[in-house]
Design a protein around this ligand. Structure first.
Ligand SMILES: NC(=O)c1ccc[n+]([C@@H]2O[C@H](COP(=O)([O-])OP(=O)(O)OC[C@H]3O[C@@H](n4cnc5c(N)ncnc54)[C@H](OP(=O)(O)O)[C@@H]3O)[C@@H](O)[C@H]2O)c1
Length: 254
């Protein structure tokens, strides 16, 4: 067995959007442990992304991680982020598209601005990031794209129609892109978690008073480390592509 099979992520460059969030920072730490260089993209919580980058540098050596600001609701931000990552750490080998917004709203209260922003951050940006990163991946014959979707794509969830629709769109994106680049050494998958504590996006009262927002068979919220462990396994496996993997304590039976 060669080194790539033993340590498939060693020396690779990973761009993680949502790197200032609960799930993104946990994935960053996992992929850094596996030997990858990490770009943590954030929008407004630079101190959180910078703290995680500093922790990676202190654990694995200086220059292993950077924090990069980008508001992914803007059209140009995605391409620029891929280029900045390449300049700082090397071409993007792994794209973890984890940035997401989700304002909890009933269907009748979703206005056009909220709809458009949710779609821009949750779907358009992941597509534009993939479009910018894929040419280099296919040329080098190795790449990993992982979209962080949500169980809401499958069951509607608790945030709202705008959020559920944006996450379902990532599944279509997964299937279309995965089929197009499967022969080029690039895998494309979605990881669909549910109800992960230690994150800002989960409504603050989601588990208030020990009351779970849904009948989760495991009986508790998930945690970001559990999502990160699954993400790391998915991007380490070159034979796993075109898949939506759910991680939800048994909530959704598939
Ligand atoms: N927590 C859950 O229960 C759960 C369940 C299913 C799916 N997810 C998905 O998991 C992913 C990670 O979320 P999380 O749970 O870790 O929540 P989180 O702690 O709220 O993190 C959200 C991340 O998205 C970034 N972001 C938001 N708006 C952005 C924008 N305009 N431009 C760039 N980045 C932006 C945030 O950056 P700043 O904070 O720097 O602004 C933050 O890093 C999201 O896609 C979310 O939809 C979460």
């Amino acid at each position: 067995m060669n080194d790539t099979a033993h340590a498939p992520l060693a020396g690779r460059t990973a761009l993680i959007t949502g790197g200032s969030g609960g799930i993104g920072s946990a994935i960053a730490l996992r992929l850094a442990d596996a030997g990858a260089r990490i770009a943590l993209a954030y929008s407004s919580h630079g101190e959180d992304a910078t703290r995680t980058a500093a922790r990676i540098d202190s654990l694995h050596g200086s220059g292993r991680a950077v924090a990069l600001q980008a508001d992914l609701s803007g059209v140009m931000a995605a391409t620029s982020l891929v280029e900045r990552t390449a300049r700082e750490l090397g071409p993007v080998d792994l794209l973890i598209a984890g940035a997401g917004v989700g304002k909890q709203l009933a269907w009748h209260d979703i206005d056009v601005d909220t709809w458009d922003t949710t779609m821009a951050v949750n779907v358009r940006a992941p597509f534009l990031l993939a479009q910018a990163a894929l040419p280099g991946m296919t040329e080098r014959g190795w790449g990993r794209i992982l979209f962080i979707s949500s169980i809401a794509a499958l069951n509607g969830g608790i945030i709202g129609a705008h959020y559920a629709a944006s996450k379902a769109a990532l599944h279509g994106l997964t299937h279309s892109l995965a089929a197009s680049v499967a022969g080029d050494g690039v895998t494309v998958n979605s990881l669909a978690p549910a109800l992960i504590g230690g994150t800002r996006i989960l409504p603050a009262d989601a588990a208030e008073g020990g009351q779970l927002p849904a009948p989760i068979p495991v009986g508790r919220l998930g945690n970001p480390d559990e999502v990160a462990a699954m993400a790391a396994a998915m991007v380490s496996n070159g034979y796993l592509t075109n898949k939506v993997i759910t991680l939800d304590g048994g909530l959704y039976p598939s």
